[in-house]
Design a protein around this ligand. Structure first.
Ligand SMILES: *[C@@H]1O[C@H](CO)[C@@H](O)[C@H](O)[C@H]1NC(C)=O
Ligand SMILES: *[C@@H]1O[C@H](CO)[C@@H](O)[C@H](O)[C@H]1NC(C)=O
Ligand SMILES: *[C@@H]1O[C@H](CO)[C@@H](O)[C@H](O)[C@H]1NC(C)=O
Ligand SMILES: *[C@@H]1O[C@H](CO)[C@@H](O)[C@H](O)[C@H]1NC(C)=O
Ligand SMILES: *[C@@H]1O[C@H](CO)[C@@H](O)[C@H](O)[C@H]1NC(C)=O
Ligand SMILES: *[C@@H]1O[C@H](CO)[C@@H](O)[C@H](O)[C@H]1NC(C)=O
Ligand SMILES: *[C@@H]1O[C@H](CO)[C@@H](O)[C@H](O)[C@H]1NC(C)=O
Ligand SMILES: *[C@@H]1O[C@H](CO)[C@@H](O)[C@H](O)[C@H]1NC(C)=O
Ligand SMILES: *[C@@H]1O[C@H](CO)[C@@H](O)[C@H](O)[C@H]1NC(C)=O
Ligand SMILES: *[C@@H]1O[C@H](CO)[C@@H](O)[C@H](O)[C@H]1NC(C)=O
Length: 431
């Protein structure tokens, strides 16, 4: 029997102690800014600076070591992943029992890229086949990396594997399920197999100072579906002050995302900041409400501000996951958007993935979209749809000060379908 101190074997404790920065860097004071949520985040409990649990750097599988450190430090302590250390998580790691505990990641966390293993072992969700290597939940938890902590999903293995099986489960790099109160900050996140982050069943979380990118080593298997953040069944979330260089949505508000602020982001190469997709599942009711997207620099994207809704399905369609869902989208503001080389500055569609415009017209979307404002949009789009810079459907959509130009000298146009033109400060053309 080995004695354990702080969750690690005594034999290595001395060597490890040398690596623990002293005093332990404290969680920076994080504030939601410039916009603050209408319901202030609940304050966290005080932490005991002497309650420190180091995750065993020698563990062949960092998963159980992390769980053990988190158990030891729960209720007031700080779990530390040492600097200059690579931890490999090789089994599903359930961290949904956390209570008033912080996780300081100074080293690198990688996730074993045994594709076969994770097919059956990752935490699986019915919604869009989302899968997780690890999941965080509980109350009052701050996960922070001070700009040096890194999560590496070894994505290239997964993007290559996807080429031989399109429906292969590719886990999300970071996920919460049932986290109430806390923050995620100062982390580098690279090479996610699938989405970078999912925030599910969660509330009152501030996410700030995150750096997201992919390193492609096989250009014939590029990254896919590497969304920056997806929110789902979550409320009162702020995502801010981050850079995202990826290949799908920069941020996406999935079903039942409410009271969300996204601000001061620098996105490159994405599919924009998206509401949706919504209405994908027949029989479900999707809500996206009270979202404020502010001060975004959007570059090299297919879309800037985007709302994507699936069309309806023919009557008596059964088991459909390709449209027909109901719901509503309400009170969404996109304000201060700097566009460079995006195909569309604004795209609002209710025919997402429709087989044809005729099919979409025959079975229109069953979601209500109302009280949407696009305001203060600047910059230049790509040449792709020149001179068109946007597409808008639905009444009660407002657009103010849309100063976006196509690369040619032509006057910018927006394709408008079933709109109230009086509310649109743009040059509408009807298709
Ligand atoms: C986020 O950026 C804003 C403005 O640039 C700044 O005032 C705020 O302190 C930043 N917040 C954090 C947590 O870094
Ligand atoms: C693709 O991956 C999925 C999920 O693991 C699996 O169910 C399916 O059998 C795989 N298909 C092939 C052809 O291997
Ligand atoms: C959310 O919480 C519910 C109820 O606890 C649970 O059934 C579900 O699996 C959780 N996760 C998601 C993504 O809904
Ligand atoms: C690169 O990707 C291609 C296409 O998926 C694949 O056939 C090839 O094996 C990959 N190369 C390496 C070195 O993995
Ligand atoms: C917008 O965000 C950038 C960082 O991406 C920041 O430097 C700038 O101060 C912000 N502007 C406003 C008006 O908040
Ligand atoms: C930005 O996105 C473009 C298009 O996807 C890509 O070519 C480029 O490498 C990305 N990063 C930077 C820093 O330009
Ligand atoms: C969204 O919330 C509504 C109202 O609580 C609920 O009826 C619906 O089932 C939820 N939808 C999803 C996808 O969770
Ligand atoms: C609209 O949403 C914003 C952002 O969440 C919120 O501050 C505002 O109070 C909402 N407006 C209404 C009328 O509910
Ligand atoms: C957009 O892409 C171009 C070409 O790939 C690149 O040079 C530029 O830096 C990108 N813009 C940003 C802001 O990353
Ligand atoms: C749908 O199913 C109902 C009940 O089975 C049937 O009465 C109705 O005719 C069907 N509608 C269509 C369009 O097939």
């Amino acid at each position: 029997m080995q004695r354990h101190i702080l969750g690690i074997a005594l034999a290595v404790a001395a060597a490890i102690a040398e690596k623990i920065p002293f005093p332990l860097p404290v969680l920076p004071h994080l504030i939601a800014s410039p916009k603050a949520p209408s319901t202030a985040f609940p304050p966290g409990a005080a932490r005991d600076p002497s309650k420190i649990c180091v995750v065993d750097p020698e563990a062949t599988d960092a998963g159980p070591a992390l769980i053990s450190a988190a158990r030891d430090c729960n209720n007031g302590g700080t779990v530390v992943l040492l600097p200059d250390t690579t931890y490999t998580i090789a089994s599903p790691t359930d961290l949904t029992f956390l209570q008033s505990v912080d996780v300081l990641i100074l080293g690198t966390v990688v996730f074993n890229d045994d594709v076969e293993y994770w097919q059956t072992k990752a935490f699986g969700y019915a919604y869009q086949d989302a899968h997780l290597f690890w999941k965080f939940g509980g109350r009052d938890v701050n996960i922070y990396g001070l700009g040096t902590g890194t999560l590496d999903g070894l994505g290239q293995t997964w993007w290559t594997a996807k080429r031989s099986n399109e429906t292969l489960y590719r886990p999300i790099l970071f996920g919460t399920d049932g986290l109430v109160g806390g923050s995620v900050s100062g982390l580098n996140m690279k090479n996610s197999p699938f989405w970078f982050n999912v925030i599910m069943n969660s509330s009152d979380i501030l996410i700030t100072d995150i750096n997201i990118w992919n390193e492609v080593t096989n250009s014939s298997s590029p990254p896919a579906n590497t969304d920056g953040w997806d929110t789902y069944r979550s409320t009162n979330i702020v995502i801010q002050n981050s850079t995202i260089d990826n290949y799908d949505d920069c941020v996406s508000f999935k079903p039942n995302s409410t009271n969300i602020i996204v601000q001061n982001l620098h996105c490159n190469g994405s599919h924009g900041i998206s509401v949706g997709s919504l209405g994908q599942y027949q029989g479900e009711y999707d809500i996206v409400e009270d979202v404020y997207v502010y001060n975004i620099s959007m570059n090299n994207a297919s879309d800037g501000a985007r709302i994507k809704i699936w069309p309806g399905v023919p009557p008596n369609t059964t088991g459909s996951s390709s449209g027909g869902g109901a719901g509503h989208v309400r009170n969404i503001t996109y304000e201060l958007f700097y566009n460079t080389n995006n195909d569309w500055a604004i795209q609002l569609t209710q025919c997402y993935f429709a087989s044809s415009q005729e099919a979409c017209n025959a079975y229109p979307a069953a979601l209500l979209v109302e009280d949407i404002l696009f305001k203060d949009f600047y910059g230049t789009t790509s040449a792709r749809h020149d001179p068109q810079v946007g597409t808008i459907v639905c009444k009660n959509i407002r657009a103010e000060n849309i100063a976006v130009s196509p690369p040619s000298a032509a006057t910018a146009q927006c394709i408008c379908t079933n709109v109230d033109e009086g509310l649109l400060d743009i040059n509408c053309i009807m298709p």
